[in-house]
Design a protein around this ligand. Structure first.
Ligand code: 2AM
Ligand code: CA
Length: 268
């Protein structure tokens, strides 16, 4: 891994340690598919266990840093300049269903700016790492967003709103509007990996409403360090505390933003 600063090593060590447990638990989940009760409670416990492993590893290596975690929320530390943003299991629905597409996502903020990110898929052993100013890597390969400029050629990833959200109709309009203009649309179910795959040039772009900081923090830096751009869902500067995201290369981002805006206007 060409990025091997001390802090990256700390993050990778924590991610790999949690991943070993998560991968074993995933094996068990595959067995539980056929049980009547299903794997729900088991998965919640696996999620928490992974978060605890990451929390303990990072606390040991960098005492005093703050935390924002999907399961345990905010933990303030005496060091107010650093904050870890952690999703111990992104793609929970996939994990629950035995679909091998999920990841651990860890980002580090310094003075409110993203400075490091690690996204790790324990099943494929894809390790994405990034450092502000020093690029983004998948294992040993430097990442660069795709160079495609034409919508006709573009494959975009998105997130289909799940149960309990109130923008299903808006999403349907977006699909109606965007689908005929692009080569393809994909829905894989783990936002951290969607962004990592934009960084890797696999997807030409990604949009999703309603995402939380832990879903996207590492991925946002990954995309930027691979030469891509991100905005919030309205096309404004992406802030960690606003929901929704659009990511793509410099040519396609304005097109994707415009299509999403137009679909929204169609609602009246
Ligand atoms: P999660 O797996 O950590 O929950 C998929 O659309 C993206 O939305 C994933 O990154 C997923 O992260 C997030 N998400 C949040 N709440 C969700 C839910 N109830 N069902 C599915 N995905 C959810
Ligand atoms: Ca998540």
């Amino acid at each position: 891994m060409p990025l091997n600063s001390p802090v990256i090593n700390v993050m990778v060590t924590a991610a790999r340690k949690a991943a070993r447990k998560l991968a074993r638990d995933f094996g068990e989940v595959e067995n539980l598919q056929v049980s009547r009760k299903g794997p729900g409670d088991f998965v919640s416990a696996a999620d928490l266990r992974a978060e605890k492993i990451i929390f303990e590893e990072l606390s040991k290596a960098r005492p005093g840093y703050g935390f924002l975690m999907e399961e345990s929320g905010t933990v303030e530390g005496p060091d107010k300049t650093h904050r870890w943003i952690i999703d111990p299991l992104d793609g929970t629905t996939n994990f629950l269903h035995g679909i091998p597409h999920f990841a651990i996502s860890i980002a580090l903020e310094r003075d409110g700016q993203l400075v490091n990110g690690v996204i790790y898929n324990p099943v494929t052993d894809d390790l994405f790492v990034t450092e502000k100013g020093n690029g983004a890597y998948l294992n040993d390969r430097r990442l660069r967003v795709a160079a495609r400029t034409r919508l006709d050629d573009a494959v975009f990833a998105t997130g289909i709103p799940f149960k309990g959200l109130d923008w299903h109709a808006k999403f349907t309009r977006e699909i109606d509007h965007i689908m005929p203009q692009v080569a393809g649309i994909r829905r894989f179910g783990a936002a951290s990996l969607d962004l990592a795959w934009v960084a890797a040039g696999r997807f030409d772009g990604f949009w999703e409403h309603g995402l939380q900081p832990w879903d996207i923090a590492a991925g946002v830096l990954m995309v930027k360090e691979a030469g891509g751009f991100v905005s919030d869902i309205n096309g404004a500067d992406k802030k960690m505390d606003t929901n929704g995201i659009i990511a793509a290369n410099a040519d396609l981002l304005p097109h994707l933003q415009a299509m999403i805006k137009k679909a929204g206007r169609a609602a009246g």
